[in-house]
Design a protein around this ligand. Structure first.
Ligand code: MTE
Length: 317
């Protein structure tokens, strides 16, 4: 019998703050303006409340696997987000100045007609939960209950032309909000760029993530909208996206540009292809002492191996 146990993070309806308060953005703004007149301190408090906000509507993972979830704390306090810092434990301390609301995402390139999405448009896509393994190229991993919508639903809305073979994503460039972008010697070239082949982007697993653990995406995890490609190393999962462009040519992603002998375009999780400076055979799951074996395509072989049929995975790393 296939028993689905109620996950530990499940929040009972009665424990969740009245959703209407958070979903009705116009009322919220009106309320905010009134508060400004009445009491600025109240407004500051309210602004702080928005990220992360309580539960929003989503469908439960349609195919839950019996995976041990990492805790909220593990997922939200150990982050790779170079725009803030290269120190994973320090990112959270720097996110205060970052304001992911309001937000705009430009969708352009080889499509019917360019368009822009704001936060309301983004949350209008049917949100669902996806519990995925997440493997960083550095050798650590975690299991995250993401919330989001399949990228393919956005692609269908864009209706790309036949010429479109790839999608290119860009993170916000704003040195006022991202201290490492303002640095005289930024660690990497900004804006952060990533890309996928169109058929990879259309795969059912590929997610535009808007939250985790039933809450809107925390800033340090890439608020308000990030990519999640669970069979690829974490660096493909670009955060805080402001541009999505359909292209004919393979985009040059940030890490490939920075260190081409170490990082490629594909970045599929593969225990048989080592990083030039370390082995990829094993991984440390956040919060566990013993390392575990890394699986080909991060365990999603059945869903994605066909995308790379006939390709030499050593050459296309
Ligand atoms: N996106 C941007 N814009 N900047 C980054 O530094 N780091 C990447 C990826 N997306 C990164 C990014 C890397 S290396 C990893 S492992 C994941 O984000 C980390 O996601 P997490 O902080 O939610 O665990």
């Amino acid at each position: 019998m296939n028993l689905i146990k109620k996950p530990s993070w499940h929040i009972d309806e009665k424990e969740v703050t009245d959703e209407r308060l958070f979903n009705n953005r116009r009322n919220f703004l009106k309320l905010g303006t009134a508060a400004l007149v009445a009491n600025t301190a109240v407004l500051v408090l309210m602004a702080k409340e928005r990220y992360p906000t309580p539960d929003f509507k989503y469908l439960k993972d349609p195919n839950p696997e019996n995976l041990d979830l990492n805790t909220w704390k593990q997922i939200t306090t150990y982050n790779n987000f170079y725009e803030f810092s290269t120190d994973k434990d320090y990112v959270l301390e720097l996110v205060d100045k970052f304001n992911p609301d309001p937000w705009k995402v430009e969708v352009s390139g080889l499509i019917d007609k360019p368009f822009t999405l704001d936060l309301d448009d983004i949350y209008k896509f049917q949100q669902e939960e996806r519990i995925y393994r997440f493997r960083c190229v550095e050798g650590w991993s975690m299991v995250v209950p993401w919330i989001g919508f399949p990228l393919k639903t956005l692609i269908k809305k864009a209706n790309p032309s036949r010429k479109a073979k790839y999608i290119r994503f860009e993170t916000l460039y704003d040195p006022k909000q991202f201290p490492n972008q303002a640095s005289r010697f930024p660690t990497i070239e900004y804006p952060y760029v990533e890309g996928l082949r169109l058929d990879e982007a259309m795969n059912n697993l590929t997610l535009m993530a808007t939250g985790l653990y039933g809450k809107k995406m925390p800033k340090q995890n890439g608020a308000p909208l990030r990519l999640i490609v669970p069979w690829k190393y974490g660096f493909k999962s670009i955060k805080s996206i402001v541009k999505i462009e359909f292209t004919e040519k393979e985009p040059l992603n940030t890490w490939q540009k920075t260190t081409p002998n170490e990082y490629g375009f594909y970045a599929n999780v593969n225990p048989k292809v080592d990083h030039p400076r370390w082995s990829q055979k094993r991984e440390r799951v956040l919060g566990r002492l013993r390392k575990q074996k890394t699986r080909l395509f991060n365990g999603y072989e059945e869903e994605v191996a066909h995308l790379y049929k006939g390709m030499d995975l050593r050459k296309y790393y």
